[in-house]
Design a binder for this molecule. Structure first.
Ligand SMILES: NC(=O)c1ccc[n+]([C@@H]2O[C@H](COP(=O)([O-])OP(=O)(O)OC[C@H]3O[C@@H](n4cnc5c(N)ncnc54)[C@H](OP(=O)(O)O)[C@@H]3O)[C@@H](O)[C@H]2O)c1
Length: 246
């Protein structure tokens, strides 16, 4: 089986580093034209240039998914080309114990991780529905399913993305648009770099495969869900946690 995404355009949010960067690179390697989006425009331009240098098609796009202007930015992108594959990947944490959590930490995380999926996806799926083909892939987290102390805001946003995925899948499946979520476990990115050696070792002991995941572990799954071959999969959550959560 060979996955060939040539002729498809993918928008990947949070493509400036970590999981989103790996997703952008692997979609590019599979032949998609990749719109690599994030706030750090120089970084996404560099990621896009490297995809092009490797023989793919890509472009950097400056996009703040939490900005009130996000819908207009996405509309402007859609005027230039259709978006066949949408990967809602960008996300943030702002951890604290619940009783100490500031309202801004709640609001910022929900706005960035959840409201953005509403705003971006609503614009993008309108055209997917008309085209009778589309793939929406939301990057959730296993903490949205299992919970995590200190992350009430983040876990709420990631659990909500699962409800979002399942409900939207039911609404637009008849138009040949699939909507799925990927729930990573702990992946080595700047989000997990803050862990000390001790915390990391304790974490690894809880994982059946005894290691943290790599950004590519997630990217391969996203490429599959974006493919023609995954056309009968919708409304699912793919748990990619190395057995941290089963
Ligand atoms: N790492 C993990 O262990 C793990 C586990 C489960 C789920 N996840 C999820 O996977 C996704 C990627 O995580 P990661 O570990 O790769 O994180 P990361 O290394 O911190 O990267 C986050 C990405 O999101 C972008 N971003 C943040 N706020 C944004 C905004 N307002 N507008 C546009 N882009 C924004 C950042 O780009 P700019 O700063 O350039 O805008 C960056 O590209 C997140 O949704 C995260 O919740 C991660």
């Amino acid at each position: 089986m060979k996955i060939d995404l040539s002729g498809k355009t993918a928008l990947v949010t949070g493509a400036s580093r970590g999981i989103g960067e790996a997703i952008a690179r692997q979609l590019g390697a599979a032949g998609a034209n990749v719109l690599c989006a994030a706030r750090s425009v120089e970084r996404v331009n560099q990621v896009a240039a490297e995809i092009v240098a490797a023989g793919g098609k890509a472009e950097g796009v400056e996009l703040d998914i939490a900005s009130p202007a996000v819908r207009d930015r996405v509309k402007a992108l859609l005027e230039k080309q259709p978006i066949d594959i949408l990967v809602n990947n960008a996300g943030i944490t702002d951890d604290d114990l619940f009783i100490r959590m500031k309202p801004e930490a709640w609001t910022t995380v929900i706005r960035t991780n959840l409201d953005s999926a509403f705003n971006i996806t609503q614009e993008v799926v309108k055209k997917m529905i008309r085209a009778r083909w589309g793939r929406v892939i939301n990057i959730s987290s296993v903490v949205g399913m299992m919970g995590n102390a200190g992350q009430v805001n983040y876990a709420s946003s990631k659990a909500a993305l699962i409800g979002f995925t399942k409900s939207l899948a039911l609404e637009i499946g008849s138009r040949n648009v699939t909507v799925n979520a990927v729930a990573p476990g702990f992946i080595t990115t700047s989000m997990t770099d803050a862990l000390g050696d001790d915390a990391r070792q304790k974490l690894e002991e809880r994982i059946a495969l005894k290691r943290l995941g790599t950004p590519d572990d997630i990217a391969y799954v996203v490429v599959f869900l974006a493919s023609e071959q995954a056309g009968y999969i919708t409304g699912t959550v793919l748990n990619v946690s190395g057995g941290l959560y089963t």
